[in-house]
Design a protein around this ligand. Structure first.
Ligand SMILES: Nc1ncnc2c1ncn2[C@@H]1O[C@H](COP(=O)(O)OP(=O)(O)OP(=O)(O)O)[C@@H](O)[C@H]1O
Ligand SMILES: O=C(O)c1ccc[n+]([C@@H]2O[C@H](COP(=O)([O-])O)[C@@H](O)[C@H]2O)c1
Length: 210
């Protein structure tokens, strides 16, 4: 079973890494691919370059099984739409293998505004990580509500199409919080791996001149 976690990762932090590991262990995932969004379609453009964000992801996951970097969105022109990423992965792994997309609860809340969101649900399972400050929407879209399962085995028996809310270690960390601290010449220690803090410092990212 493989999964992806996409993100702007500007920068990557423990709020991405620990929940992704919790989900990998809970679902016995053989691979979790971190996919930095080169040109996010839906938000202001990232502060750090795609190269720096990719380097920080690499540093933060090296040596951690089953995490790997997948930089396909960097090599694609135009806006980084998730549906295009999923189609290209499906092309590689075939239609029979169980394949999940990990999303934080905040990202899931705007999911029905994503490009071709119904096709996304057909292409993969969606595993939603709890995030401090966000609650499951009681008025979940009907199309989505019928796909919710609390049975992990469904994620293994079906290749796609299920939605699973996953309890994970809740860390109230955001990339915005880290960028703000660095702008104020504060440290990002213990919010993201030390190697990422060192990279930010050496490359003077996010207005940090420490
Ligand atoms: N602390 C967290 N707990 C659970 N999920 C998270 C957390 N932080 C980010 N995520 C999820 O990780 C994915 C990528 O998030 P992203 O790179 O936008 O990080 P962010 O911290 O939300 O960034 P920003 O503050 O710049 O908006 C999204 O699905 C998001 O919901
Ligand atoms: O494809 C879309 O329309 C779309 C709209 C919003 C978000 N996404 C993806 O959702 C992931 C998390 O987004 P973000 O803003 O939390 O980094 C990331 O991989 C984005 O490319 C994708």
């Amino acid at each position: 079973m493989i999964a992806i976690i996409g993100g702007t990762f500007d920068p990557i932090h423990f709020g991405h890494l620990r929940p992704a590991l919790d989900i990998a262990e809970k679902l016995s995932l053989t691979e979790v691919r971190f996919i930095p969004s080169a040109t996010p379609p839906h938000r202001w453009q990232p502060e750090a370059s795609a190269e720096d964000r990719i380097n920080m992801v690499k540093l933060s996951i090296e040596g951690t099984k089953p995490f790997i970097l997948d930089d396909r969105e960097y090599h694609r022109e135009g806006a980084s739409y998730t549906i295009d990423t999923l189609k290209s992965i499906r092309f590689e792994i075939g239609n029979d293998q169980s394949f999940s997309m990990i999303l934080g609860l905040d990202a899931f809340q705007s999911f029905t505004s994503w490009k071709d969101w119904k096709d996304i649900v057909e292409a993969c399972h969606i595993v939603i990580a709890a995030r401090p400050g966000y609650q499951i929407d009681e008025t979940l879209d009907e199309y989505l509500a019928t796909r919710v399962t609390d049975n992990i085995d469904d994620l293994k028996s079906f290749a796609a199409g299920k939605i699973y809310f996953c309890d994970v270690t809740q860390l109230d960390i955001s990339a915005t919080m880290i960028r703000d601290k660095l702008k104020n010449q504060q440290s990002c220690d213990y919010l993201t791996p030390a190697k990422v803090c060192d990279y930010i410092e050496s490359n003077k990212l996010y207005g940090s001149d420490k």
